[in-house]
Structures are given as C-alpha cells and as structure tokens.
Design a protein around this ligand. Structure first.
Ligand code: NAP
Length: 248
C-alpha cells in the first residue's frame, strides 16, 4: 500500500498521469500533480484531498527544483517521481528546425532529467522509485515521428543508465512504454485535425494485435505497480503496455 507515500506526477492534470494520480490517491498516497493550466489543477485538487496541483511546465528548466520544493513543503518527503508530461510532434524530417527539435527534447528529455536529479536526495532517503513514461515509438520506427520517437528512445536509455547509477542509493528506475491511448495527446500535443486523428486511430486500431486503443487506466496500473515498494527487485526495465503493438 501507499499510506504516507508522496508522489510527484508531471502532466498529472489529464490522461495517463491523472489516472495514475487517482489510483495512487485511492491507495493512500499524497500526490503532487503538475500541469500548465492552474484552473484544471485546482478543479482536480478540489475533488480529492490527497491530490495537490502545482503549475509548472516540464520544459522549463526552473520547474524541476520548484516542483521538488513544493512536494517537500507540503508533505516533507518524496517516494515516487513519475516523469509523465510529454510533448509530441508529427513532423517530416524536411520540416524540422532548431526550435521544433529543442522544444520536444526540453519537455521529453531535459525536464525528466532535471526533475530526477533534483529529487535524488529525497528518493535516497525513502528508497524511492522513478517511473518514466515512454512510447511504443521509443523502440519502433515511425515515419514523420522521428523527433518524438528519438526523444522517447532517450527516455528509455536514461531509464537504464539511471537504474545503474542510482541502485547504490536504493532508488529504482523503470519505464512504461505506452501504446496509443485515448487522451488529448493527438489533438493538444500533436496538434492534429479531426480528420488526421480519425485516420491515425483507424490505422492504430488495425495495427494493435489486441484490437483496440488503450484507456488511461490500462497504463496507469503499471505505473503504480512499478512505483510500488513491493516491486523492490525490479529496476532498469521498460515495460511495454500497448496491446501488443511493439511486437506486431
Ligand atoms: N496518449 C497516447 O496515446 C500516448 C502514447 C504513448 C505514450 N504517451 C506518453 O504518455 C505521457 C502522457 O500522455 P497523455 O496522452 O496522457 O497526455 P495528455 O492527455 O496529452 O496530457 C496530460 C496532461 O499533461 C499536461 N501537460 C502537457 N504538457 C505539459 C508540460 N510541458 N508540462 C507540464 N504538464 C504538461 C496537460 O495539461 P496542461 O496543458 O495544462 O499543461 C495535460 O492535462 C506522455 O509522455 C506521452 O508521450 C502517450
């Protein structure tokens, strides 16, 4: 159980992150969720006394230390860090530019690295765990998705390297490589039109061996399982939760 445990979940104001926050809260944890819209964070926190919102953009280099400080100020400890906030871009290589590359790596790679680094002393004290969120496309090649896919490949290798580096401190580091899940990601993160979203969803449904896109809870339960102190002998792993897409 998670009684007295404290978790940080970036991008916890919607989708997979919110499902994980609600699950951890139901199991007794205190959860600090981040997102960029204060009103959304406030609304979630007002409905669950175990959840607090903290406005922070994962792509802002200052966000990590502010987020860690907020969790410590509220609850005095950190047991779990979930690097969930993600940015996406469907962009052919020919259209890539310095800004599009920097923007995606700021949120998907630099943000998680800075948050993990800032949390180390606190996680060491609690023998805590980091769970990073990757994607099927962190290991599967996809045309037009190279920047997003490469940023998630980086997340997966950071996971393995950190697991080795932090094991002597008693900190476990794992990742969940999510398959396509029904969230706001395609519209709000990828900026796709309704027509494009329909086409992507149709294509993904056909490609997923188990025949459906996921829902946030499909992925959240594995985030929580990897964060659970009972999983004390698993580190450096990337678990695919994707209806079989990665092996198709
Ligand atoms: N959905 C999928 O199909 C899918 C598939 C594979 C992997 N993933 C990965 O799973 C993770 C979560 O995806 P999701 O689809 O659940 O997310 P989502 O629904 O698109 O967004 C969840 C929340 O994240 C917040 N957020 C977005 N950008 C942020 C930033 N820069 N800093 C802080 N908060 C931010 C958003 O609130 P604000 O807008 O208010 O900030 C939103 O409420 C991501 O890392 C994504 O790459 C998703």
């Amino acid at each position: 159980m998670f009684d007295n445990k404290v978790a940080i979940i970036t991008g916890g104001s919607g989708g997979i992150g919110l499902a994980a926050a609600r699950l951890l809260s139901a199991k007794g944890a205190k959860v600090l969720i981040t997102g960029r819209r204060q009103s959304v964070l406030d609304e979630i926190a007002s409905g669950d006394s175990n959840i607090r919102g903290f406005a922070a953009d994962a792509g802002d280099p200052e966000a990590a230390s502010r987020t860690v400080a907020a969790a410590i100020e509220h609850w005095g400890r950190i047991d779990i860090v979930v690097n969930n906030a993600g940015s996406g871009v469907l962009q052919p290589l020919a259209d890539a530019n310095a800004k599009s590359i920097a923007d995606i790596f700021a949120v998907n790679v630099a943000g998680p690295a800075l948050l993990a680094a800032a949390a180390i002393p606190h996680l060491e004290r609690t023998s805590g765990a980091i769970v990073n969120i990757s994607s099927t496309y962190g290991s599967k090649a996809a045309s037009g998705l190279s920047l997003y896919a490469a940023s998630k490949a980086a997340v997966e290798h950071l996971t393995r390297c950190w697991a080795l580096e932090l094991a002597p401190k008693g900190i476990r580091v794992n990742a969940v490589a999510s398959g396509p899940v029904e969230t706001a990601f395609l519209r709000e993160r990828m900026g796709l039109s309704d027509e494009q979203i329909d086409a992507v969803k149709r294509q993904e449904r056909e490609a997923i061996p188990l025949g459906r896109r996921g829902v946030p809870g499909d992925v959240a339960r594995w985030i929580v399982s990897l964060a659970d102190p009972d999983a004390s002998w698993i580190t450096g792993q990337v678990i695919a939760v994707d209806g079989g897409l990665a092996i198709a």
